[in-house]
Design a protein around this ligand. Structure first.
Ligand code: GLN
Length: 474
């Protein structure tokens, strides 16, 4: 008997098209896992009630000779992607009973191909966080060691894939939220080029940083999902025209390592694995060179000004009147205060305060404008380096998954988790995290992620190198 939940999308596609398995069988296998494990892991906030009907419909289409990469493939969705007629909450109390009135473009694309939408996954509230502990509906647990966090904010999506509760998943990445949980759960996560995937129907966090990304067991699967969801969209004016040329595949690559940036704060065992990955790339015929990126160290500070500024603007629409949760106050202004005070969690309120502060007239020039200038400098610096290298490599995180509760009262420690991931969002370039190596903690082998960043529209570079790195591992 083949283990259906262990199949990759490619393997399942072949079997489905040949009639060796049905989408109903495949979906039932994942549903079984999801039902068994969800009480412990809390990866899904909701499993949709029509999953098997969707699978039956997919089987009919397959029987009619249709074949699309995702036809009949069970996929999990982060709870900030709108599915018409379904609840969508961004794991926030303020939207607990909110129902989406339209499909996000990425959902439309998945539906057109006949993917089986399994349900919505847990996340940090409005995608603010690094551990999925900021959900209004309880933390998600790492399947490799349930006392540890799965990373975040797309923790539920990463766990759904890692624990074989879904074949693949969609997440969103504003500062690392696809790559970091992928790294901590031992799977692949890609943050595509800004604008290569439509944000229409993705709940906005930081609009100049947000992008929908894919999470999967293998690099090829992540690529299949990316190819389905990408493309220009008339509903999102920031999407890239389809005619724009993508960077093509090469035989050998030059990979740059910003050594100065890797000196502090990284777990020594994790650093060893990072070096092993570089050696593997060299052994496969690629060139690894040291690069200097002096402005990279300002990425995190820049991100934590720009991101809260955009968050404070985007969260303004949740006023207790237009959407979801409402709490009565003594007058209209007090209504807002009460509704937002009780509806939003701590981290969201913290970012609204930070963001409002950096955007306020007295501080705009001192903080927001400076951050925008720093963003330009970082971008220039990185693009100068991209004249000489095809990709930039760093670890995805400084250490493996930490314990639930270990950092939850220390927001700065959590912000530091994003040190290697935020640059790609500030610049807009694509970046991938692939699993490479483990470190043993408390007797458990915890996965680590290796991150590669490429110039705009360089996803092929990332998939090619990611495949080389994970060969004989995944
Ligand atoms: N951890 C980062 C933050 O909290 C990134 C979040 C994200 O990518 N959505 O801002």
């Amino acid at each position: 008997m083949i283990e259906l939940t262990a199949l990759t999308i490619q393997e399942a596609r072949k079997k489905l098209d040949k009639g060796e398995i049905t989408s109903v069988e495949l979906t039932e296998a994942f549903l079984k896992n999801a039902k068994e494990k969800n009480d412990t892991l809390n990866a899904f906030l909701e499993i949709f009630d029509d999953v098997l009907e969707q699978a039956k419909e997919a089987d009919k289409r397959i029987a009619n000779g249709e074949s699309y990469p995702l036809l009949g493939i069970p996929i999990a969705l982060k709870d900030n992607l709108l599915v018409q007629g379904r609840k969508v909450s961004s794991a926030s109390k303020i939207l607990e009973n909110y129902t989406a009135t339209y499909d996000a473009t990425v959902i439309t694309k998945c539906k057109e191909e006949g993917a089986v939408l399994l349900g919505r996954t847990n996340m940090d509230e409005f995608a603010m966080g690094t551990s999925t502990e900021n959900s209004a509906f309880g933390p998600t647990r790492n399947p490799i060691d349930p006392t540890r966090v799965p990373g975040g904010s797309s923790g539920g999506s990463a766990v759904a894939v890692a624990a074989k509760m879904a074949m693949c998943a969609l997440g969103s990445d504003t500062g690392g939220s696809v790559r970091q949980p992928a790294a901590l759960c031992g799977i692949v996560g890609i943050k595509p080029t800004y604008g290569s995937v439509s944000r229409y129907g993705l709940m906005a966090m930081g609009s100049s940083l947000d992008v929908v990304g894919s999470l999967a067991k293998t690099v090829d699967d992540a690529e299949i999902l990316f190819e389905t969801i990408r493309g220009w969209d008339k509903m999102d004016s920031t999407t890239i025209p389809n005619e724009r040329k993508r960077i093509e595949k090469k035989d050998t690559y030059v990979i740059g390592v910003p050594r100065d940036f890797l000196t502090t704060g990284i777990d020594p065992d994790a650093l060893v694995e990072f070096e092993n990955a570089l050696t593997k790339l060299k052994n496969e015929g690629h060139t690894v060179v040291d690069i200097e990126l002096p402005t990279l160290k300002y990425s995190l500070a820049t991100y934590y000004i720009i991101c809260p500024a955009e968050v404070s603007t985007n969260m303004a629409r949740f006023d207790g009147v237009r959407y979801g949760f409402h709490k009565d106050g003594v007058d209209r202004i007090d209504d807002y205060r009460q509704s937002r005070g009780a509806g939003f969690g701590k981290e969201v309120r913290r970012r609204i305060l930070l963001g409002t502060y950096v955007l306020s007239s007295g501080y705009y020039d001192a903080f927001y404008n400076k951050a925008m200038q720093a963003r330009d400098l970082i971008r220039k610096d990185v693009f100068e380096v991209f004249k000489k290298v095809d990709a930039i490599a760093t670890p995805t995180t400084t250490s493996p998954a930490f314990k639930i509760g270990e950092k939850s009262n220390d927001p700065l420690a959590l912000y530091l988790e994003d040190i290697f991931t935020v640059s790609a969002n500030i610049i807009g370039t694509p970046a991938i995290s692939v699993p490479f190596g483990t470190v043993v903690r408390d007797g458990v082998a915890l996965p680590l992620g290796f991150q590669l960043m490429a110039p705009d529209l360089g996803e092929t570079t990332l998939f090619t190198l990611g495949n080389i790195l994970t060969k004989n591992i995944l």
